[in-house]
Write a protein that binds this ligand. Structure first.
Ligand SMILES: Cc1ncc(COP(=O)(O)O)c(C=O)c1O
Length: 477
């Protein structure tokens, strides 16, 4: 236990700093190594926490070790363990340790990754990592990008570029498939698109954007005086993992002179694996692509990224240079990442990816992504053969959708919704696995997103068996 003399004002002795860092590292490693024995979810109602946790602002500090323990034992466990090997809900993610350390060491070095002047080393690393992404996607040399907080922020930046490329017209319109992530509609709203210009395009039976419907909609809208700014496609939709017909949409966008944005926040990193590259064929024809390294590239939050085919399309609109930053302008060869997007002060997010890849090598990442796709396909086969389960969409990248339903079941849609919600609640409170649901054309669907690198087939199989068991029990009641 450290004494008061280890703390002076807002500073600590080296000994105390190291002790705390060691304690934080030990608590974290212990948590990670014990994950599979823990439940996947833990949470509490607000009223309970209001009663348990003090709202007082302490005038004098307490023991730093005690504060750390409180955080590790009481606060942080009340959360979904997205990195748990049996977490299949939403879009989970399991960060690699070098990525975690990158966040720690970056914070400790207090990097502001906004301009070349403030951070030339970090800027060079961000350039290198962005160039890796460029090569993985298959973008030309003119391409570039930046790290963002996440996929949502990447979409905002992308739509600003799209709007400016279109000449910032009045009555702009953005086209999003009815399976597009909610962040796309939000981003359209942020860049000033009015509600009537946020256009939802129908999808086909596999939940892929219907190209003919898109063409008809754009033609009608142009006649009605709307000005298309961007068409947003999915390269891995959140509900089903659907990949829109990227090549065909790209050709259409080119013919029509409309910006083509691909939301690959969850699915994009599949390009590094051979089978993923095939599935995401022609993604490189997009004008911009959103990617989330905090999803399928195993990094801690926040590690989003926007890539654009021509970096000038970002640097033009965002290159606002006030007098008080005049010293930071070092010319084209020394880009200021703050000239590529929304943020001025930025953390050094690229370091997580850089350190992780340097440490493990690409082969390990490729293997982890291939495994995930293999397990998802295996889950599809398992579901297809199960007498208790009904496959609702084929596996795509890392997602498969299904529900509890027997072939000769007399249950109505309403009853099936009730039954499946019940099964989901069972799984939820049982805590041994976590999955979430979606609704696919009025059908309540269970959904597994199998992308964590620490997930084994056994984890997936056991989860499916638990769903079958709860399903059978719910059928009887
Ligand atoms: C396809 C897709 N796009 C965008 C997002 C939003 O990304 P973020 O939460 O990083 O802002 C998500 C999140 O799950 C997603 O799955």
């Amino acid at each position: 236990m450290k004494k008061e003399q280890d703390i002076h004002g807002l500073e600590m002795s080296s000994e105390l700093m190291l002790d705390l860092a060691r304690q934080a590292a030990e608590l974290t490693v212990e948590r990670i190594k014990g994950l599979s024995k823990e439940g996947v979810w833990e949470g509490e109602f607000r009223q309970v926490l209001e009663e348990q946790w003090s709202r007082e602002v302490p005038e004098r500090g307490k023991s730093a070790q005690e504060v750390l323990k409180l955080v590790a034992n009481k606060i942080l466990p009340l959360a979904l363990r997205l990195d748990h090997p049996r977490c299949f809900g939403f879009v989970p993610s399991s960060p690699t340790w070098p990525g975690v350390l990158a966040d720690f060491i970056t914070a400790g070095h207090h990097v502001n990754q906004c301009t070349w002047l403030t951070s030339s080393g970090p800027s060079q690393v961000e350039l290198i990592v962005i160039d890796w992404f460029r090569r993985w996607i298959g973008y030309p040399k003119s391409a570039g990008g930046l790290f963002t907080s996440g996929g949502s922020a990447a979409s905002v930046d992308a739509l600003v570029a799209a709007r400016e490329a279109a000449g910032h017209p009045e009555r702009g319109a953005v086209y999003i498939s009815d399976q597009g992530h909610s962040s796309l509609a939000r981003s359209a709203m942020v860049i000033g698109i009015r509600p009537e210009g946020i256009r939802k395009v129908p999808t086909d039976r596999y939940f892929r954007l219907d190209l003919q419907a898109l063409k008809d909609m754009v033609a009608r809208d142009r006649t009605a005086g709307l000005n298309p700014i961007a068409i947003c496609a999915n390269a891995g939709s959140t509900s089903t993992g659907a990949i829109d017909p990227l090549g065909e949409i790209a050709n259409y966008c080119q013919d029509e002179g409309i910006w083509f944005h691909v939301d690959a926040a969850y699915g994009g990193f599949a390009v590094i694996a051979e089978e993923g590259k095939k599935l995401l064929h022609k993604i490189e024809h997009a004008d911009s692509i959103g990617l989330d390294a905090h999803k399928w590239f195993f990094q801690p939050y926040e590690a989003g990224c926007l890539m654009v085919k021509d970096i000038k399309t970002l640097e033009g609109p965002f290159g606002v240079r006030p007098n008080f930053l005049q010293d930071t302008v070092w010319g084209d060869k020394h880009p200021n990442f703050s000239d590529r997007g929304l943020q001025l002060s930025r953390s050094f997010r690229a370091l997580k990816v850089w350190m992780s890849v340097q440490t493990f090598g690409m082969a390990a990442f490729r293997q982890a992504i291939s495994n995930a796709m293999k397990f998802t396909a295996q889950a599809e086969q398992y579901i297809d053969k199960s007498p208790t389960l009904e496959l609702l969409t084929p596996s795509s990248l890392g997602i498969v959708c299904f529900r509890v339903n027997s072939k000769d079941s007399p249950l109505s849609e309403e009853e099936l919704t009730e039954l499946n919600s019940k099964v989901l609640t069972h799984i939820f409170w049982d805590g041994s696995a976590f999955l979430t649901s979606t609704t696919l054309r009025e059908k309540f669907s269970l959904r597994l997103c199998i992308i964590n690198h620490n997930t084994t087939w056994n984890n997936v199989r056991k989860t499916l068996q638990a769903i079958e068991k709860f399903g059978r029990e719910s059928f009887k009641n």
